[in-house]
Design a protein around this ligand. Structure first.
Ligand SMILES: Cc1ncc(COP(=O)(O)O)c(C=O)c1O
Length: 488
C-alpha cells in the first residue's frame, strides 16, 4: 500500500527534470520581464469563481496541464510585490537566488526545529542571526534570536517574551505603551496574549509622526499612581505610514529608568542599518531588549521571513521551552540549540538558507547599495514634487517612504474635495494595473503613499506614475469643475 501510494506521488528523474526546468524558465522569464508586466493583477470574485470553481479532482491531470493552467490563470492574476511600480504597503523586492534557495529548502523538506533535526540548518540560522545581531550592535555572546514567518509573528514572540520576563504569571495590572503609528500587528499580538484594552496605552505622535516623549512620561506616571504595572514600551523604527523613527534614545532612557522592557519594531525600517547613514537614523536601537526586523522587506528576501533579535537568548528559552516526553531523545547538549525552544513553532522551514545564500552570493555591499539607492530615489522624488504647482508633500522622504497629495495651486478645493480627488487618483492608477499606489490617512488627510524600497524602481518609473496621476487628476477636475468660478 505504502509503495503503491508513493509510486503514484512520484515522478521519474527525467520527468522531475523536465518539470523543474519548466518552472525555472517561468521564473527566469518573470524576473527578467518584470518591467514590461502590469504591477496589479486584480480580478473580482465573479471572475475568480468562473475560472477556478470545480469539483474535487479525484482523478489525475497531466502535470504540464496543471502547470500551464497555473501559469496562465493564477500567476497572471496576482499583484506583483517585486514589480518596480508596486509602491504600496511594503513592497517585496525579493531576489532570484533566495527564490531558488527556498526551493532547495522545500525540496529537501528540511526540519529547522532542532539541532538533531538538521545540525547545519540550525548552525546557518545561528550564523545569520549573528550577522544581524552585529549589524544592530546587539551583544553576540549573550544575544540571540529566531527567524519567523514575518514581522507579525516576531512582534508576538517579542511581546510574549517581554511579558514572561517582566510579569511572570500575573499580568493583570501590566500596561504597555505604543504610539498611534505603531503597526497593527502589535495590537493583534497584545490581544492574542490576553491583555485587555484597558492595559494598552496609545501614545499620540508629534508633527513628525514620532512618539511624544512628554505624553509617554505622563502615561507611565499616571499608571504608577493608579497602582498599575508599566512593563513594556514598544517603539517603532520605520513606521509603516511614514517611515518615522520614534526617539529611541529618549525612550531607552525612560525604559531604563522605569525598568521597562523596550521592544523596537523595526520590521520595516531595520534594513536601513545597512546604509552609511543607518546607524544615525536608528540611533539608540542597540539599547532595545528585543527588536523585530524583517528580511522579507528591506533585506530583499522572498516571503516569509521575519526575525526577532533579543539581548539575551535565555529570555527566549525561558519563555518557550517545553519538554514533552516524545522530544526527549532530540534534546542534545547545551551548545546545540533547538529553535523550537526559542519560539512558537515546532516544525519550522529552513528560512535561514535563503538569507545565507543570497548574502554570501551578492555580498552585503550589494544590499547596502540597494538600500542607499532607495533612500536617494525617495529624496529625488521629494525634490521633484516640491518643484511642481500640483503636489503637496504631507510627510517628506523618510526611510524611503513619502506621502503627498494632489493639491493644485490654481484651484480652491476644500479638504473634502482634496480627499475625493486623491482617492480618485489612487483608484484610477490601480484600475490601470500599471502601478499600485494606494492611499493612507495622515492628520485627517487622504494622501498618496509611496514606499520605494525596490532597487528595480527607476526615477523614470516614478515620473511616469506621477504623470499618469496628473492626467487622471486633471480629467477629474475638468469633469467636476466646469465653472471657471471655482478656479482661482
Ligand atoms: C512596522 C511593521 N511592523 C510589523 C509589520 C508586520 O509584518 P508582516 O506583514 O511581515 O507580518 C509590518 C508590515 O508591514 C510593519 O511595517
Amino acid at each position: 500500500m505504502y509503495i503503491k501510494l508513493m509510486k503514484h506521488l512520484e515522478l521519474s528523474k527525467e520527468e522531475m527534470k523536465a518539470y523543474g526546468y519548466k518552472i525555472v524558465d517561468v521564473l527566469a522569464e518573470h524576473f527578467d520581464s518584470l518591467h514590461t508586466k502590469d504591477a496589479v493583477g486584480h480580478g473580482n470574485r465573479e471572475e475568480m469563481d468562473a475560472l477556478f470553481s470545480e469539483e474535487m479532482p479525484y482523478k489525475a491531470t497531466s502535470a504540464n496541464d496543471v502547470l500551464d493552467h497555473v501559469t496562465k490563470d493564477v500567476l497572471s492574476q496576482v499583484n506583483l510585490p517585486s514589480h518596480p511600480k508596486f509602491y504600496s504597503f511594503v513592497p517585496g523586492p525579493s531576489n532570484f537566488i533566495s527564490a531558488m534557495s527556498d526551493s532547495l529548502a522545500t525540496g529537501f523538506n528540511i526540519f529547522s526545529g532542532s539541532w538533531s533535526g538538521s545540525a547545519a540548518a540550525t548552525k546557518l540560522e545561528i550564523i545569520s542571526i549573528h550577522w544581524l545581531l552585529k549589524m544592530f550592535s546587539f551583544p553576540i555572546k549573550t544575544g540571540g534570536g529566531i527567524f519567523t514567518s514575518g514581522g507579525s509573528m516576531a512582534n508576538l514572540t517579542a511581546l510574549a517574551t517581554a511579558r514572561s520576563v517582566k510579569c511572570g504569571e500575573d499580568f493583570s495590572k501590566a500596561c504597555i505603551y505604543l504610539s498611534d503609528q505603531a503597526h497593527s500587528s502589535n495590537i493583534k499580538a497584545i490581544r492574542v496574549l490576553g491583555f485587555k484594552k484597558e492595559q494598552v496605552r496609545i501614545i499620540p505622535t508629534d508633527m513628525e509622526f514620532k512618539m511624544s516623549i512628554n505624553k509617554l512620561k505622563n502615561a507611565i506616571a499616571r499608571d504608577k499612581l493608579n497602582g498599575l504595572q508599566p512593563f513594556c514600551i514598544l517603539a517603532t523604527a520605520g513606521a509603516t505610514n511614514t517611515g518615522s523613527v520614534d526617539p529611541l534614545e529618549a525612550i531607552a532612557t525612560i525604559s531604563k529608568k522605569e525598568n521597562l522592557w523596550l521592544h523596537v519594531d523595526a520590521a520595516y525600517g531595520g534594513g536601513v542599518i545597512l546604509a552609511d547613514a543607518g546607524k544615525k537614523l536608528l540611533t539608540g536601537i542597540r539599547k532595545a531588549d528585543s527588536l523585530t526586523v524583517d528580511p522579507h522587506k528591506w533585506f530583499f528576501q522572498p516571503y516569509e521571513m521575519g526575525c526577532l533579535l533579543v539581548k539575551n537568548h535565555k529570555w527566549l528559552s525561558k519563555t518557550f521551552s517545553e519538554k514533552p516526553e516524545y522530544l526527549r531523545d532530540v534534546e542534545g547538549n547545551k551548545s546545540e540549540i533547538n529553535f523550537y525552544d526559542h519560539g512558537i513553532q515546532l516544525t519550522r522551514r529552513f528560512r535561514a538558507l535563503k538569507f545565507y545564500m543570497s548574502v554570501k552570493t551578492f555580498g552585503l555591499d550589494a544590499f547596502k547599495k540597494g538600500v542607499q539607492y532607495s533612500l536617494k530615489l525617495t529624496e529625488d522624488l521629494e525634490d521633484l514634487l516640491r518643484l511642481s504647482p500640483h503636489w503637496e508633500i504631507i510627510s517628506p522622504a523618510t526611510l524611503a517612504i513619502i506621502n503627498y497629495r494632489y493639491n493644485p495651486i490654481n484651484y480652491k478645493l476644500s479638504e473634502k474635495e482634496l480627499d475625493k480627488l486623491n482617492e480618485h487618483i489612487s483608484k484610477k492608477i490601480t484600475e490601470s494595473k500599471k502601478a499600485l499606489l494606494v492611499t493612507t490617512i495622515l492628520q485627517d488627510q487622504v494622501v498618496l503613499r509611496m514606499c520605494l524600497i525596490n532597487p528595480r524602481t527607476t526615477i523614470d518609473d516614478v515620473k511616469e506614475t506621477i504623470n499618469l496621476c496628473e492626467d487622471y487628476a486633471q480629467k477629474y477636475l475638468d469633469e467636476i469643475f466646469e465653472s471657471p468660478n471655482t478656479k482661482l
